[in-house]
Design a protein around this ligand. Structure first.
Ligand code: SP5
Ligand code: ZN
Length: 353
């Protein structure tokens, strides 16, 4: 950010918004493979709707804004354009067709000249994540929300944005999607911010953000810090260990805090403070927060035991520590309490009681 703007941003009364898109509802897969069994797809359309309803019910409707749309080049700046194109091809599917990746190249010596939907496994790392007709449209909308938030903070003197991204993004890496994620919303935003402000990504989703870590692993201009369930026991299993600290120029700019056993508010808070110290020491001016609510006690996927009130504490502590925050929705699958948890978090971000 230019110096002049920075001073203005610090002195202007900060503005806050909640960003959403109607297009996200279109992505609503039905079932997923989970260790050889079919189960209902937890990353469903109702997630977005229940949060928006709660925002209305708690008197925060005035903060809601529909996202603007941006050029695809911002997504291609982070992801392999062949993967982006592949996901876009799903627009040719029928309304009820689903592409399940099922053949995975064990070596990437060759790639099909033209990647077709049967070759979904080339660009996907799990069998739980599928493509349907409107997947691209929704994933593009989620990335647009992240970009809109980034530009509002960078150029328009907003200092707090909560983007209701669906599908989520933090599992998507350069040329692979998975974990219900297609485009890495947080990384796409961090990528446009990092050149201008000292930018960090804090990932509080229950699962390790392998995609975000992977995208910035060599990069000292985006610090990545994540608190998550221990990958020895939980998804994504192959990343998120403590000894993954970054490589090359990025060495020291990646921090994983995997937690096992029972994790309540108090335990979590200790590790959260540790994460905040790292972010403060880095001199973070711009925090991109991958905000998952699958750390909630009632969540069907996550094993942590956080209370609803604790999300307000998290929001409040973020507010105390950072000038600019772009919070983006990742996971959170307890539909009954997701709206409440998200609103409590937003209240904390605003400094409201
Ligand atoms: C964004 C995000 O939170 N993605 C998570 C993807 C997790 N996919 C694996 C789901 C495994 C579900 N196992 C159910 C265990 C019930 N205790
Ligand atoms: Zn998650």
């Amino acid at each position: 950010m230019k110096n002049e703007n920075k001073i203005l941003a610090q002195t202007a009364a900060g503005r806050a918004v909640v960003l959403y898109s109607e297009d996200e509802k279109l992505h609503n897969p039905n079932r997923e493979w989970n260790f050889g069994r079919m189960m209902p797809y937890p990353e469903k359309e109702e997630r977005g709707e229940t949060i928006i309803r709660a925002v209305h019910n708690h008197g925060y409707a005035g903060y809601l804004r529909k996202t603007r749309k941006f050029n695809i080049s911002y997504i291609n700046a982070v992801h392999d354009s062949a993967m982006v194109q592949h996901i876009k091809e799903c627009m040719n599917l029928g309304e009820n067709e689903t592409v399940y990746p099922h053949i995975f190249p064990y070596k990437r010596f060759t790639r099909p000249k033209k990647v077709n939907l049967r070759a979904a496994g080339y660009f996907c790392f799990d069998v739980g994540t599928q493509i349907r007709k409107y997947t691209y449209k929704a994933a593009k909308a989620a990335a647009d929300i992240a970009l809109d938030g980034a530009f509002r903070i960078r150029d328009e003197h907003n200092d707090t944005v909560f983007g209701l991204c669906r599908p989520p993004g933090h599992h998507a890496d350069y040329d692979v999607y998975g974990g219900y994620c297609y485009f890495n919303n947080a990384a796409i935003a961090a990528n446009v911010l990092a050149g201008e402000m000292r930018t960090a990504v804090l990932d509080l989703d229950f699962h390790h953000g392998n995609g975000t870590q992977g995208l910035f692993y060599d990069n000292p201009h985006v610090l990545y810090v994540s608190i998550h369930g221990d990958p020895r026991k939980t998804y994504p299993f192959f990343s998120g260990f403590e000894d993954e600290t970054g490589s090359r120029l990025g060495r020291g700019y990646n921090m994983n805090i995997p937690l096992t056993g029972s994790v309540d508010d108090e335990t979590y808070n200790r590790h959260f403070n540790h994460a905040l110290q790292k972010l403060t020491a880095y001199g973070t001016e711009m925090l991109v927060l991958s905000m998952g609510f699958d750390t909630y006690s009632g969540d069907p996927l996550g094993d942590f035991n956080l209370s609803s009130d604790f999300y307000q504490t998290i929001g409040y502590r973020i507010r105390q520590n950072f000038q600019n925050t772009l919070a983006l929705l990742e996971g959170g699958y307890d539909i009954d309490d997701l709206g409440l948890n998200a609103v409590k978090f937003f209240k904390g971000l605003l400094g409201h009681d």
